[in-house]
Design a binder for this molecule. Structure first.
Ligand code: GLU
Length: 509
C-alpha cells in the first residue's frame, strides 16, 4: 500500500505474559511507525475465550510502558478506529463472515468433533499427504457444499452448532511479497479450509485479524515468523472481500533462537540457563508459578530495548549503543535479517553494563540508595556518589554494587582464609601495627597524603610494597578484592582505618 499514512499494529493475544520475542515485534512496529511519521496501534486479540488468562492484558500494557514503547491508539486510547479489544468488536465480524458466505468464498460446516476425528484417522490411514479439512476432504464432510440448502436451513434453524469455513480454491497460486522474505508463492491446494467463525458468535483469529487490519487501515503487518503460514490465507481473504487495493504489506520477523543449539527461544531455556524471557515478573494466576522479568532482574529499560533491537536487525555499521531516538532514526525493515537471531544472555548483561557506565553517578547512587536503606544504613547521597564512582565499572547491575561496597558499611567480621594463608606473613602484624602510628601522623587524611606517607614508610623500612598493601587490604576489606586501597582508606577515615588494622592484627596474628 502506498501514498497513505503508515499505520501498524501490535496485536497480542492475552494468553499469558509477553515473551521477549513479542516485545521485539512491538518494538519493530513502533520504530517503523515513528521513523515514518505514522501511527502505532495496540490491539488486543482476545477472541479465543478458552485461552484467556486473567491479568495478561494488563501485564502486556505495563511491559510495553516500561520499555517506552508507547502506542498512539489502543484500548485506553480510543479513536474512531476503536474499540481496540476484539471482544468489544464481536458484533462486527458476523457480517463479514456472511459476506463471504454470500460470495461463495465460505461455507457452513456442521461436523462434530467425533466426525472430524474420524476424518483425520481415515486420511491418515489412506496415507494422505496432508490429513486436513481441505478442497479434497470437504467433499466428504457435513457442510453446505455437500448438503442441500433445505438441509442446511433445517440444521441452522434447529440451532445445530456450526462453524463457517473459508473455501480455499483448488490449485490456485497465491503470491505476495514479504518485505523480509521476498516473493512468496503457495499452491492453494496445500492449504486447509480454516474456520473463520463459530456458532458461539465469535470470529477466529484469521477473520478478526484481517477484518480489523482492514477497518483500522493498517498499512504494514509486521509480526513473528510463526504467522508466515497464515499469510496466504490472509491474502486470500483480502481477495475474497475485494480489498486487494487495501492489502497491507507483510513483514515476517525472524525467530529469536536458543542461546545453545537450535530452535525457538522458550521459557524453559531461560529457566535452564538462568535468564528471564519475560520483560517483567509474571505470576501465573492459576498455578501461582512466578517467572522472572528483566525489570526485576535489574535491567534498565533502555538497555533491554537496545539489546532487543539488535536481535534481528543490524544498522549496517559497528555501532551497538542506540537510544530509542537513534533507533527510530536508523531503523529500516530492509535491514531486518532473514535468519533467526541467537539470544545471548551474556550480551544482554553487557548492554546493561554499558548503560550503567553511561549513566551519571548521581543517578546510580539514587537507585542504589534504596538498597542501602533496605540493608539498614543511612548515608548521604554525596557519599554514595563517591562510593559508586569507585566500583561502577565492576558491575552489570545496580544491585551488584552492594557486593562490591558492603565492606564500607560493615567492617570485616572474618578474613578470607585463602588470602590470609597466602599473603599474611610472619611480620605482617608488626608492620601493620607500625603503620597505624605512621597514618596517625597525617593531618589531612587524603588519598595523596596516605600514598605519600605509606611510600616513605616502606622505603625507609625496606618493606615490600606488596606485603604492606595486601595486609592493609585484608584489614579494610576482609579479602583481596576491592577498589583502590588509598581511596578506601581515605573514605573510611583515620580512626576507622586504625580500628580495622587493630582488629585484623588481633585475629590474624
Ligand atoms: N494475535 C496474534 C498473536 O498473538 C497476532 C498475530 C498478528 O500480528 O497477525 O501474535
Amino acid at each position: 500500500m502506498s501514498n497513505s499514512r503508515i499505520r501498524v499494529r501490535f496485536a497480542p493475544s492475552p494468553t499469558g505474559p509477553l515473551h521477549i520475542g513479542g516485545v521485539r515485534t512491538a518494538l519493530y512496529n513502533y520504530l517503523f511507525a515513528k521513523k515514518n511519521g505514522g501511527d502505532f496501534l495496540l490491539r488486543i486479540e482476545d477472541t479465543d475465550q478458552t485461552r484467556f488468562v486473567e491479568g495478561a492484558e494488563e501485564y502486556i500494557m505495563n511491559s510495553l510502558k516500561w520499555c517506552g514503547i508507547n502506542w498512539d491508539e489502543g484500548p485506553d486510547k480510543n479513536t474512531s478506529f476503536g474499540p481496540y479489544r476484539q471482544s468489544e468488536r464481536k458484533e462486527m465480524y458476523k457480517k463479514y463472515a456472511v459476506q463471504l458466505l454470500d460470495s461463495g468464498n465460505a461455507y457452513y460446516a456442521f461436523d462434530t468433533s467425533e466426525e472430524l476425528d474420524e476424518m483425520r484417522k481415515k486420511l491418515e490411514a489412506d496415507k494422505t499427504k496432508q490429513p486436513q479439512y481441505d478442497c479434497h476432504s470437504r467433499k466428504e464432510m457435513k457442510n453446505s457444499l455437500t448438503l442441500s440448502s433445505s438441509e442446511v436451513d433445517e440444521l441452522l434453524n434447529s440451532n445445530t452448532p456450526y462453524v463457517i469455513r473459508f473455501k480455499m480454491p483448488e490449485d490456485f497460486i497465491i503470491e505476495f511479497d514479504d518485505l523480509i522474505r521476498g516473493h512468496i508463492k503457495v499452491n492453494s491446494s496445500t492449504l486447509d479450509d480454516k474456520v473463520l467463525f463459530k456458532s458461539d458468535g465469535m470470529p477466529t483469529y484469521h477473520l478478526a485479524n484481517v477484518v480489523d487490519d482492514y477497518l483500522m487501515q493498517i498499512t504494514h503487518v509486521i509480526r513473528g515468523e510463526e504467522w508466515l503460514p497464515s499469510a496466504p490465507l490472509h491474502v486470500m481473504l483480502y481477495k475474497s472481500f475485494g480489498w486487494t487495493d487495501k492489502m497491507p504489506d507483510f513483514a515476517h520477523l525472524p525467530l529469536l533462537l536458543k542461546p545453545d543449539g537450535n530452535g525457538k527461544l522458550s521459557k524453559r531455556d531461560g529457566d535452564r540457563l538462568g535468564f528471564p524471557v519475560f520483560p517483567m515478573k509474571w505470576t501465573d494466576p492459576k498455578s501461582g508459578e512466578v517467572s522472572s522479568g528483566y525489570k526485576e532482574s535489574g535491567y534498565f529499560p533502555d538497555a533491554f530495548i537496545n539489546m532487543l533491537a539488535l536481535m534481528g536487525w543490524n544498522p549496517g555499521t559497528e555501532q551497538e549503543i542506540f537510544s530509542m531516538d537513534e533507533l527510530v532514526n536508523e531503523f529500516s525493515i530492509e535491514r531486518v535479517n532473514k535468519s533467526g537471531a541467537k539470544f545471548d544472555p551474556e550480551k544482554a548483561k553487557w548492554f546493561n553494563h554499558k548503560y550503567l557506565l553511561n549513566k551519571n553517578n548521581e543517578e546510580i547512587a539514587n537507585l542504589f540508595a534504596n538498597i542501602v536503606k533496605e540493608k539498614g544504613f543511612d548515608i548521604s547521597i554525596n557519599n554514595l556518589v563517591k562510593l559508586v564512582s569507585l566500583v561502577k565499572d565492576r558491575v552489570n547491575f545496580v544491585h551488584e554494587l552492594w557486593d562490591q561496597l558492603s565492606f564500607f558499611f560493615i567492617p570485616p567480621q572474618t578474613y578470607d582464609e585463602k588470602t590470609v594463608k597466602g599473603k599474611w606473613k610472619e611480620n605482617t602484624a608488626e608492620i601493620l601495627t607500625k603503620t597505624i602510628d605512621v597514618l596517625n601522623s597525617i593531618s589531612n587524611f587524603s588519598v595523596q597524603e596516605i600514598d605519600k606517607v605509606l611510600h616513605e614508610f616502606m622505603e625507609q623500612n625496606q618493606i615490600p610494597a606488596g606485603q604492606l598493601m595486601i595486609g592493609l587490604r585484608i584489614s579494610m576489606v576482609g579479602e583481596g578484592k576491592g577498589p583502590d586501597l588509598k581511596e578506601i582508606m581515605a573514605y573510611l577515615g583515620k580512626e576507622e582505618v586504625a580500628k580495622r588494622i587493630q582488629r585484623a592484627v588481633s585475629i590474624n596474628g
